[in-house]
Design a protein around this ligand. Structure first.
Ligand SMILES: N[C@@H](CCC(=O)N[C@@H](CS)C(=O)NCC(=O)O)C(=O)O
Length: 275
């Protein structure tokens, strides 16, 4: 009886993957929060996790930006909600739905009048660095995360442990297909790690001795870079990319820890860092 239950559950999980990975994201936006309050941002993101403020780097980008700029927001948690574009995060603000962290963050900066006032050269290099993180670093890290059963166990913390070895290959298959479509699936470990090291070297070079990428103040690029690095570094597992950050770029590990302590101090992941 119990076995039948778990087999049905497995089929449900496969069905959800098909829904969210193959048939997602073609609809018009449909507002989810109908009793919204003026100027309150409703942030739709994945369920909290004890190890990291959010499993998604893009959700953390938005939440960090709102915390740093003291924007009033409410989190709407849900692992199965998606925007009309098929992914998370999305926000609703004054009756409008905005999907994709790239558009959300600029909308928030405009609406809540957040100005960075950086020299043009710095602003330009931070924009380029941010896109490198959201496109390349994201994919490289994802490739290693989905390869690790420990990371997948953390991502699917609600499921019983014995299902993880069954679901892990399905996750590798679906996310692996997306990575292959983006071109990153074809690279060898050696090639991926070469790219990753070059990307992280550029990142520490641009950070220099500053506290933040914006100098002494946290800017959009910090939210992007923090989100991407935290989504890997704070997960207690041992992948090849964890090893690269821990051994070769400790400065970036420290950066993640500092931002977590400053902006998420009440979260279990920050409490763990304080011990
Ligand atoms: N370009 C998007 C990327 C968002 C994205 O990739 N979200 C992933 C989580 S990291 C997601 O929603 N995955 C769920 C799914 O594929 O069903 C953004 O910047 O918001």
């Amino acid at each position: 009886m119990t076995m039948v239950f778990w087999i049905i559950l497995l089929f449900i999980v496969i069905g959800l993957f098909l829904k969210f990975y193959l048939f997602a994201g073609t609809k018009e936006p449909v507002l989810k929060k109908t009793d919204w309050k003026k100027d309150v941002v409703y942030l739709y993101q994945f369920k909290r996790n004890i190890h990291v403020p959010n499993l998604s780097p893009f959700c953390m980008k938005i939440e960090t930006f709102m915390r740093a700029n003291k924007i009033t927001y409410e989190v709407v948690e849900g692992n199965f909600t998606r925007s009309h574009k098929g992914l998370l995060p999305f926000i609703e603000l004054n009756g409008e739905q905005i999907a994709d962290s790239e558009f959300i963050i600029y909308k928030l900066a405009e609406k809540f009048n957040v100005k960075e006032n950086l020299p043009k050269e710095r602003a330009g290099s931070l924009r380029a660095l941010s896109r490198m993180f959201d496109e390349e670093v994201f994919r490289i890290q994802l490739k290693y995360k989905i390869r690790s059963e420990d990371a997948v166990r953390i991502m699917l913390a609600d499921l019983p442990d014995f299902l993880i070895p069954l679901i892990h290959p399905i996750i590798r298959l679906f996310i692996g297909r997306r990575l292959s479509a983006s071109g990153y699936g074809a690279h060898s470990d050696e090639e991926l790690l070469q790219m990753y090291r070059r990307d992280l070297q550029a990142t520490v070079d641009i950070l220099g001795d500053n506290k933040f990428f914006g100098g002494d103040k946290l800017v959009m690029a910090d939210c992007v870079i923090y989100g991407q690095l935290a989504s890997l570094y704070l997960l207690p597992c041992d992948t090849l990319v964890h090893e690269v950050i821990r051994k070769e770029f400790p400065k970036l590990g420290k950066y993640v820890e500092d931002v977590t302590l400053e902006y998420y101090s009440e979260f279990p992941c920050a409490k763990k860092l304080m011990q």
